[in-house]
Design a protein around this ligand. Sequence first.
Ligand code: PGA
Length: 259
Amino acid sequence: MDTELRLKKRRLIIAGNWKMNKTVAEGLELVQSLKRDLANVKEVDVVVCPPYTALSEVSKEILDSNIRLGAQNMSEHGSGAYTGEIAAGMLKEFSVRYVILGHSERRQYQQESDALVARKALAAHAASLKPIVCVGESLQERESGATNKVVETQVRGSLAGMTKDQAAETIVAYEPVWAIGTGKTASSEQAQEVHAFIRSILTSMFDEQISRRMRIQYGGSVKAGNAKELMSQPDVDGALVGGASLEARSFADIIKNSL
Ligand code: PGA
């Protein structure tokens, strides 16, 4: 990325969403390799989001590194009779700093609504966890010209009720559903167009100073080969990486190619 653009932009945040992959042993092996490969990377916030079961061990393994920890979901509640759920305070025990909320897979398979995502995001902030709030249109919505409408509804609904200070600490991930796990990436122009649109919504919800500080990640088939071009777009401030984050070399190459 050219120096002038980098100075103007926000610090990149590149997160690996492992989804329902990796045993503890496999997760440890992955972060051990990442620690070696990324030891000299200081310019980017690097985050890994293992499944809950690997948080404890991965947390210990990355203690002395520049890799930070994220979770893939959390409950909107602080504690109580919610079988199978995990609260923000429990994540904090493992030094988790980020939490992915409203991923399209959760919106699709667990029927998560914008209102629920907003309640979870407020609960995350209350525990000083930074939410990574995911939004994005389906293929059918894009083809019918509804992208902006869908994304605007999701951004407004999922960040509802946040203070300006909380918004500034929130990361939005634009993940077109048709690009997730399909090998189809949005072109850098398509990504930039939606990212700029999202930033304009954030300006209208909060203010320009806040929206300029907020980081908007792109997600959907990000690979080493397309990372540089995507990350060099003025409103793209990082990546949320699924498949390519499961292997140390490909995740590390994404990060190195983004510098
Ligand atoms: P992908 O997933 O990189 O495998 O497309 C991205 C995501 O779902 O966060």
